[in-house]
Ligand binder design. Structure first.
Ligand code: UGA
Length: 469
């Protein structure tokens, strides 16, 4: 099939490259000159595993092309996907970009083609979409077209695999009187071995939002439970294990820590709560999910402060900046808010992330943040090591050696990712979410009510300098 994908961000580029991999002829339209130049040179402008290889393969095979214009491509495409941004700098919904994009492309879509909105749009916009498209067609002197939604459920870090092997495909029918929109999209997804669900447009967008709101709720629930584990001296992983065998519950997406970040979950929870209030409606569960997520970051900082006897003048090694591993995305990354809070409290924050772009962008976004290019540089001389993103290289750090270069042997694990036994064996005091406080030579201690209270008599002073390693 001939396909056009408008917008080559995380969603659009994965869609374009994945479609080319299925054998479709794809043109990707990108308006940013800088991004277009990169793509034409075979470079992916952000980090997403396996994507650069896929793009390169299909630039070579000729099934994937990029352009800044693309009206001709739209005119000869069966499907025109739109994957432009719908969130502004303040994390609010914005549909100006979408409207501008539709204004440019809709007049060129062939009568037997279909427009497919792949961006996540606010429910209110879905209500206006068909009218907006119909008006553009009338103004262009053309007949109506099928208007479809096809929300994506890919995760950054595994987006290529998620696209090629989805667990479901959701098609939302905004306007499809002849059924050609559904038929074309079924043909597009012919190679997918997953249920294809045909829903109304509003049901489709609410199933997209609903999925993310539920995932966010699971995380905040796990964080609430972790706080109870800290209160009673229990171990969150063991508790989850004891629950997860019940198939109604399951064990995924219940990892406690500093909370959810990224471009989707925080924004969609906050906006859903805010939009509901504007309609005189209340969403108390989601409001609590949001509040718990904010609280996790504050508690993390409070915990660090309690363990270091105050933050003023302390040196914090911040490990990880991205909102999760295997991406260079800093959007709503908890690490950035945490860095700001630590710096505002007088700490010196020395951060390291394996992604060079993330280091550079974080430095530009957080005033006073020091970034270094190895974990060891961040850790050397630190009063406390704070883990914010569970990159694999942090999990396998040689902790016994790290213990010799820190100023104080304290680790606060914001992702419950490190092995507490290995840490205490290396001489560190270890604090996390819902695992109690671990002290060398001692069993786990309940953390609350004085969360993170400094254990007495712990040998935390290190003896060596980095140069001794
Ligand atoms: C999320 C959804 O998971 C995707 O299904 C969806 O398609 C996507 O948003 C979207 O709407 O485009 P993503 O933003 O890539 O995907 O990230 P997630 O894997 O959901 O992680 C979000 C945050 O939750 C991360 O900061 C992660 O560290 C945190 N998290 C995740 C936890 O704190 N605990 C967990 O158990 C899982």
């Amino acid at each position: 099939m001939k396909i056009t994908v408008v917008g080559q961000g995380y969603v659009g580029l994965v869609t374009a490259a994945g479609a080319a991999d299925w054998g479709h002829d794809v043109v990707g339209i990108e308006r940013s000159e800088e991004r277009l130049v990169a793509l034409l040179g075979g470079r992916v402008p952000f980090h997403e595993p396996a994507l650069a290889e896929l793009v390169e393969t299909h630039l070579d095979s000729g099934r994937l092309q990029f352009t800044g214009g693309g009206q001709d491509a739209v005119a000869s495409s069966a499907l025109t996907f739109v994957a432009v941004g719908t969130v502004d700098r303040n994390h609010s919904w914005e549909t100006r970009t979408m409207r501008a994009c539709l204004t440019e492309i809709v007049p060129h879509i062939p009568d037997d083609g279909a427009l497919v909105v792949r961006s996540t749009c606010p429910p209110e916009f879905i209500g206006q979409l068909v009218e907006f498209v119909d008006q553009l067609r009338i103004e262009a002197g053309r007949g109506p077209i099928a208007v479809m939604l096809n929300p994506e459920f890919t995760k950054e870090g595994t987006a290529v695999k998620d696209f090629l092997e989805p667990d479901r495909v959701v098609l939302g029918v905004a306007s499809d009187p002849t059924g050609q929109g559904v038929a074309l999209l079924r043909e597009f997804y012919a190679q997918v071995d997953a249920p294809i669900l045909v829903l109304s447009a509003m049901d489709a967008i609410l199933s997209k939002l609903g999925a993310n709101l539920f995932l966010a709720t699971k995380i905040s629930f796990a964080n609430e439970l972790a706080a109870l584990c800290d209160l009673y001296g229990s171990q969150i992983e063991r508790v989850i294990e004891g629950m997860a065998h019940d198939p109604r519950i399951g064990g995924s997406f219940l990892r406690a820590g500093i909370g959810f970040g990224g471009s989707c979950l925080p924004h969609q929870v906050t906006m859903t709560v805010r939009d509901a209030v504007e309609h005189g409606h209340e969403t108390p569960l989601l409001a609590a999910v949001d509040e718990i997520n904010l609280r996790q970051k504050t508690q993390f900082v409070e915990r660090i402060s309690a363990l270091t006897d105050g933050l003023d003048g302390r040196r914090v090694a911040l490990l990880g900046l991205t909102f999760k591993p295997h991406t260079d995305d800093l959007r709503a990354a908890p690490a950035l808010d945490i860095a700001r809070m630590l710096i505002d409290s007088g700490a010196t924050v020395v951060a390291y992330d394996p992604m060079e772009t993330a280091r550079r962008n974080a430095k530009a976004q957080v005033r006073g943040l020091i970034v270094v290019s190895t974990a060891l540089e961040a850790i050397a001389g630190a009063d406390v090591i704070a883990l914010a993103t569970e990159w694999p290289e942090f999990i396998t750090l040689p902790w016994a050696r790290m213990a010799r270069v820190v100023r104080q042997r304290l680790v606060v694990d914001g992702r419950n990712a490190l092995d507490p036994d290995a840490l205490v064996e290396a001489g560190f005091v270890y604090s996390s979410f819902g695992r109690g406080l671990r002290v060398p030579g001692g069993a786990a201690q309940p953390v609350a009510p004085q969360i993170g209270a400094r254990p007495v008599g712990v040998p935390v002073r290190a003896e060596l300098a980095v140069s001794d390693l």
